[in-house]
Design a protein around this ligand. Sequence first.
Ligand code: FE2
Ligand code: FE2
Length: 325
Amino acid sequence: MPMQTVQAASTFFAVSLEILEAGKILPCDIWLRHDGTDPILYRAKDLAFEPEHVRRLAESGVESVLISFEDARAWTDYLGQRLRHEARDESKPLSGRIEMLLRTSRATMNDIYRDPKAPVVKEQVSHLADSITKIMQQPDALVTSIRMMEHDYYTYTHSLHVAFYGVSLAHAAGLHDTSYISSIGRGCLMHDIGKVGLSHALLNKRGRLTKEEFDQIKTHPMRGARMLDEAHWGDPIARDIVLCHHEDLNGQGYPHGRHDDLISVACRIASISDAFDAMTTDRSYARAMSANDALTILRTRRVDAYDQSLIKVFITMLLDPSEKR
Ligand SMILES: [Fe+2]
Ligand SMILES: [Fe+2]
């Protein structure tokens, strides 16, 4: 292993090992850090990253490698190409493409939620949203995806699932503008980013939250919107979803208690997708419920909170995917 080291350890971002494709040429230098020391160059750009490297790193317990901020562009181009290829390679069966896309997306989302201020986040999210938008146009893509979704709740996997549901619902509702749908995807992927920074104990508390605890949780939409503003996202649709995904049509949501027409279609789509994925996933305070039970709650118990015309489309989309489009 070359022993080149650098001083400015903070100018690196972490990338999950599983995103690097074994047997392919590296798009940029990759570095490792041992026990808080300065990063050491592990393998240089333009060399092949062999299965043997993956095996050795995995055996040493390495889960992620480091990439220099200077290589951010090369890295996001590589990731974008890879995601596009995975979503669009029609020589592979749909289930195989979705499996690859889910695996790469999950690892990328984990990186994003661990370090949402990394310089590559916005582009990574855009590449993910574009690929999800593309693949979710395929008939049966959503039901195939649902079969492969993990049922343990992590904020980053939840956010990924919400994007799959949200983009599918946008397609099924007859929206045709793919850049608008991609923005919905970006908003869904980032909708809970404001939870980063809230304590793990609070987010995973079993049992009822006190009023003070719930008040803290309720800060996450504003925190998330602020994070996007600080990173100069410039995507008003995605920002709107981050800020308003807990608003209810009856005005009883948060943070602003907005009513009906003040809640955009993009937010209505995101809030249905968010609620459905949360209810059908195991959380610290509740077991996953069946899709039917979750849909019944959206349709009856919280009838005036959600856009019922979109709920109808959502139900049709889930129950009878062949009639989606
Ligand atoms: Fe949320
Ligand atoms: Fe959520």
